[in-house]
Write a protein that binds this ligand. Structure first.
Ligand code: ATP
Ligand code: MG
Length: 393
């Protein structure tokens, strides 16, 4: 029944030239999502709206599922199209729409008509009144409620007639590509994919870095991270994933630093390396899945010590979320099932039984001195030999 979609987006704060960029980026992301769907579509921008028209047979569910991944979309409205063949035919089309769409005809409604053609024989108010009357005639159990209708029946009279009443929520936010690029530290856990999604939703393109420690972390653990990057890429577009070999650095820390400080020192090296790659790839910030107090390395003291090595802003979109809230988001975006697969990541192998929860920066820096023979070269090597994988759907 549906052959087209009206795409609604929030435009608050997006004005003038930026608005045009915003819409163009949104149209581009929509096309990218539709490429994954069966069928041919035309995407058109018209007066601050975006319309998608199916040019061939298509799978409705699949199309909606993919559109739900486009950041910037606030709602997806499936529309019925009809030829403009006069007022009487319009009334019949709207009655047919309600007949087909709502098996139970017990609801309150309101008609909201708009006309683009100002030479149409009726104005919007007259169309509303006429269609309301025709619907009540056809379905006597319906009731009009102009203030809080259960069903709002939108009718647009343009070169064709468009009818819609369903609004499927999209992710909201802003189209990817309208807000620069950031480097996500992506592990195989639950939190960092969610963090990536949350910045992508604000229009930020993301690259990612994963610290791999073969043979302590398996190929399957790496594959899991690639899979997670692909899942996030449904929302963010293609992700350039840099896989850094971290084994040598991790072993050096393990050998030369106190074991209760391993995680903190390791996290500082991760941040340093991520930042170097971020600078080379024109990222404007780092993104992690950290949340205050979640583990020893995420107390306020630990975060301060980790953060101290960064000169770029570090964005932590999960910072105030409880684990359960992060899990719910992971389920919503479809990364949870993959995140809980039981492959070790490099942090779980080199963890101490009793890691420090209140590290002292001076002490940590002193212990990092133990690494001074060779660590710079190791970091340089790690950055230079990073493997690049393009993760896309
Ligand atoms: P996650 O669920 O995202 O793995 P976590 O609760 O396991 O997080 P940590 O292991 O302390 O927490 O990691 C904190 C953050 O550091 C992660 O969210 C991620 O951004 C980054 N990180 C940790 N390990 C790695 C890794 N091997 N490669 C890349 N980033 C990592
Ligand atoms: Mg982790």
């Amino acid at each position: 029944m549906f052959k087209a979609f009206l795409i609604k987006f929030a435009e608050i704060g997006v004005k003038g030239k930026n608005r045009d960029l915003f819409e163009a980026a949104l149209a581009q992301q929509i096309k990218y999502a539709l490429r994954r769907c069966e069928g041919q579509f035309a995407v058109r921008r018209n007066r601050g709206r975006i319309y998608i028209e199916a040019l061939s047979a298509f799978d409705f569910e699949e199309t909606v599922e993919n559109l739900k991944t486009v950041c910037g979309i606030s709602s997806i409205c499936p529309m019925v199209q009809a030829k403009d063949e006069g007022v009487e035919k319009l009334c019949q089309d709207v009655v047919d729409y309600v007949a087909a769409q709502y098996p139970e005809k017990r609801f309150t409604f309101k008609v909201d008509a708009r006309r683009a053609q100002k030479n149409y024989p009726l104005n919007s108010m007259e169309i509303n009144a006429l269609l309301g009357e025709k619907l009540l005639d056809a379905f006597p159990q319906l009731r009009v409620d102009v203030h809080k209708p259960e069903v709002m029946i939108h009718v647009e009279v343009r070169e064709k007639i468009y009818i819609y009443s369903i609004e499927i929520p999209g992710p909201g936010g802003m189209p990817v590509g309208t807000n620069g690029k950031a480097m996500l530290l992506l592990s195989g856990g639950i939190d960092s994919p969610v963090a990536g999604y949350m910045v992508a939703k604000r229009g930020v393109k993301i690259d990612a870095v994963y610290f791999h420690a073969p043979p302590y972390t398996s190929e399957r653990a790496k594959q899991k991270v690639v899979d997670l990057a692909r899942l996030v890429a449904r929302y963010s577009g293609p992700i350039y994933l840099h896989v850094v070999n971290f084994t040598e650095i991790q072993l050096a820390i393990y050998e030369k630093c106190p074991h209760d400080e391993l995680t903190i020192i390791m996290r500082r090296y991760m941040m340093r390396i991520a930042e170097q790659i971020a600078k080379k790839t024109e990222c404007l910030g780092l993104v992690t899945g950290e949340s205050i107090g979640q583990v020893a390395s995420q107390t306020m003291q630990s975060l301060a010590v980790t953060n101290e090595v960064c000169t770029m802003p570090v964005y932590r979109p999960c910072i105030g979320l409880d684990k359960q809230e992060i899990v719910e988001l992971a389920e919503k975006i479809g990364t949870y099932e993959t995140s809980i697969l039981p492959f070790e990541d490099c942090c779980t192998i080199f963890v101490a039984k009793h890691p420090v929860t209140k590290p002292n920066l001076g002490v940590i820096k002193r212990h990092e001195e133990n690494l001074k023979d060779g660590i710079e070269e190791m970091v340089r090597q790690a950055v230079e030999t990073a493997e690049l994988i393009v993760a896309e759907v």
